[in-house]
Design a protein around this ligand. Structure first.
Ligand code: PRP
Length: 217
């Protein structure tokens, strides 16, 4: 049976809405009190796995899910061997460098050599500072990275910004943007090549649903 890996968190509602629009109903994941981690749609056409954002590419790379919906930020961070098929145009955010507003730093190259940068996105942060030829120590964290500069542990952070509220409410400002991110439809490369479970038709249906959104801009 076709299996789709979908991410818990911010992308969940839009992912479920998109799949619903092509006749796959996994809305049970949104019911309060739901603890199920896999659901088969009522028409028995497909199964969905509910996993952490960063685990979506893992299930797809290993072929347990033929399709997945995940943020581009996660794909940049994990560099998993998956096929990126469609930009789904929801889940807009950006990966940014931020510092304390009162720090005086207004550009990443003003940061001190061998300073510290806290991030959940260690790979992205390391690559970015390497490209700037600025040696910094990346401090890996799992959340609330804004506390890095607030507590004085780091001079800067590399983190996702969506509304900007978290930065504002914690007295931080962005000084550069690494890249923009949106949700992407990904596939297991061999399954896509072999059209396993007829997945091409699902991909085309999704592409068609996303297209009007693009054209109406
Ligand atoms: C993400 C990100 C920022 C926040 C940005 O954190 O790491 O902290 O969202 O969103 P905003 O610009 O709309 O305020 P998340 O909610 O995933 O929590 P975490 O820091 O505990 O990982």
């Amino acid at each position: 049976m076709l299996t789709v890996a979908i991410a818990k968190g911010g992308l969940l509602k839009d992912s479920i809405r998109l799949l619903q629009s092509i006749g796959l109903d996994f809305s049970a994941f949104l019911e309060s009190g739901n603890r199920q981690l896999q659901i088969i749609d009522p028409n028995h056409r497909a199964r969905a796995l509910l996993v952490r954002n960063s685990d979506v590419p893992v299930y797809v790379e290993y072929g347990q899910a033929q399709l997945g919906i995940v943020g581009y930020d996660v794909l940049r961070e994990t560099s998993a061997n998956v096929s990126q098929l469609v930009d789904l145009r929801f889940g807009h955010c950006r990966m940014s460098v931020a510092v304390k507003a009162n720090s005086g730093y207004r550009s990443p190259i003003e940061l001190p050599l061998h300073g510290r940068v806290a991030s959940k996105f260690v790979h992205c942060a390391r690559e970015y500072f390497q490209n700037l030829d600025l040696p910094v120590e990346i401090v890996p964290l799992y959340g609330s990275v804004e506390l890095g500069p607030i507590t004085g542990m780091s001079e800067a952070i590399v983190d996702l910004v969506a509304t900007g509220n978290t930065l504002r409410e914690n007295g931080l400002i962005e000084i550069d943007v690494l890249f923009q991110s949106t949700a992407r439809l990904i596939a297991h490369p061999l399954s896509y090549r072999l059209n396993t479970y007829g997945l091409h038709s699902y991909v085309e249906e999704i592409r068609e649903k996303v297209k009007p959104l693009v054209e109406s801009r």
